[in-house]
Design a protein around this ligand. Structure first.
Ligand code: ASP
Ligand code: MG
Length: 418
């Protein structure tokens, strides 16, 4: 049994969806679960819709219409049989969302967000499933919310692994053994039967959760790049594809900010030793990248740049040392504001930390810490991480820039640059 994940770019328009069918033709004899994301940039549009609905803003009808007409265009390019039940089902989903927009928002923003934004994956999976059936690739559409059970931490819901694994292995697996199943990434359902989401870009993670529950043979993430690259090809023109990565290197790359695989994806796969392939949906026969336990890495330098970084220096007011007691207060504040530390370093009387510039959220943290500490901040910085570094590459990359902070281990070097 295999799990395939098709992201937003792979279903961004009618031609892209037709290409998905092409990719799948090679795998007609496999037991397959297909996990799809929302089409193109739909999730961003639905985020705006959720905001304007929650703020009772008049824009909401306009935003809704844009989302609807975008999908109508995709549907027009794909579905021939407008009299079918499947076609009506898709229409009804839109009506459902439209009706919801007429009601009063009755819960917190995060809850409302999940109820609305999750429609992106519902629309997309319905359209893809219906098209595949029309194209002769027989499949069943299944609601991921029936299987992925989470807590009620909306927008970043935590998976209840025991129940989820049970549901997937007992209920979903027998269905996939009989027929290909198409489902959604990104979404789950809380114990109080509310829709939840797993965090932006969470569809990779969904694929891994399903693979874990199914004891899948492998997972493939189909992308518009040839595999995992050693740098972002948009920023580094010499970027090359990595043929193989270990789970731990893949986790590190995701942690340092490489966006190719969602950070939470690796852990469930690693714990059951399920290999992950990252392949191009444009060159489906090419090998792509394999992430797995015994992967033979070639120790090729990897470059990750995170922009829009802020470096905070937090020091004690009374020249007392920054030791365990202070640090635990600082860490507590970061945790309670849900701000991740991308890099940290401490000296006698100050603690430096590099974080994403999250705007308002970060300002609130700074305000709280300023009650007990002196804070300095430096904005608009870059965090450069190089694994398997060599000195020549580093000299080139840091040339003409000011290094505000540097940290080295044997395999990895990080710079905060201005
Ligand atoms: N559609 C969601 C997002 O754009 C989830 C995903 O694509 O992985 O964040
Ligand atoms: Mg996406």
């Amino acid at each position: 049994m295999k799990v395939f994940k098709f992201g937003g770019a792979s279903v961004k328009n009618a031609d892209a969806v037709k290409n998905v069918a092409n990719v799948l033709k090679q795998f007609q004899n496999e037991e397959l679960l297909i996990v799809v994301s929302a089409m193109g940039k739909t999730t961003n549009a639905l985020e705006n819709l959720a905001k304007s609905y929650f703020n009772k803003d008049k824009q909401r009808n306009k935003i809704y219409k844009e989302i609807k007409s975008f999908h109508d265009e995709v549907i027009a390019g794909l579905l021939k049989n407008k009299d079918s039940h499947a076609y009506d089902d898709i229409e009804n989903l839109f009506i459902e969302l439209e009706c919801m927009l007429e009601t009063k928002p009755e819960s917190t923003f995060d809850c409302v967000y999940d109820q609305i934004v999750s429609y992106g994956e519902i629309f997309s999976s319905r359209i893809v499933s219906t098209f595949l059936n029309e194209a002769g690739i027989r499949n069943r559409w299944m609601d991921a919310q029936n299987f992925i059970v989470t807590n009620s931490n909306f927008r970043e819901a935590k998976v209840d692994w025991k129940t989820t694994t049970d549901m997937i292995s007992k209920k979903l697996k027998p269905i996939i053994k009989k027929q290909m199943v198409v489902t959604q990434g990104f979404v789950g359902r809380s114990e109080n039967m509310k829709t939840t989401t797993l965090g932006r870009e969470g569809s990779d993670y969904s694929a891994a959760i399903f693979a874990y529950g199914l004891d899948a043979k492998d997972v493939t993430i189909w992308k518009d790049v040839d595999g995992v690259m050693n740098a972002d090809p948009k920023k580094f023109k010499d970027a090359i594809k990595l043929d193989a990565l270990t789970y731990s290197h893949a986790i590190e790359l995701a942690y340092y900010g490489a966006t190719v695989i969602h950070p939470k994806t690796i852990q469930p796969l690693q714990s059951k030793n399920i290999p992950l392939y990252v392949k191009s949906f444009l060159h489906p026969k090419a090998a792509g990248t394999i992430v797995g336990k015994a992967s033979k890495e070639k120790n090729i330098p990897t470059f990750i740049v995170k922009s829009n970084q802020v470096l905070l220096s937090i020091s004690s007011r009374d020249f007392s040392f920054i030791v365990e007691d202070h640090l635990s207060k600082i860490f507590e504040a970061f945790a309670s504001h849900k701000i991740n530390m991308n890099l940290m370093q401490n000296s006698a009387i100050s603690f430096s930390v590099c974080v994403d510039d999250s705007g308002e959220k970060l300002l609130q943290l700074i305000a709280e810490l300023s009650v007990n500490f002196d804070l300095k901040s430096n904005t608009n910085l870059e965090l450069l991480t190089v694994t398997y570094y060599d000195d020549k590459a580093i000299t080139k990359l840091t040339k003409g820039k000011t290094i505000l902070l540097e940290q080295r281990t044997r395999a990895t070097v990080q710079f905060v640059l201005k």
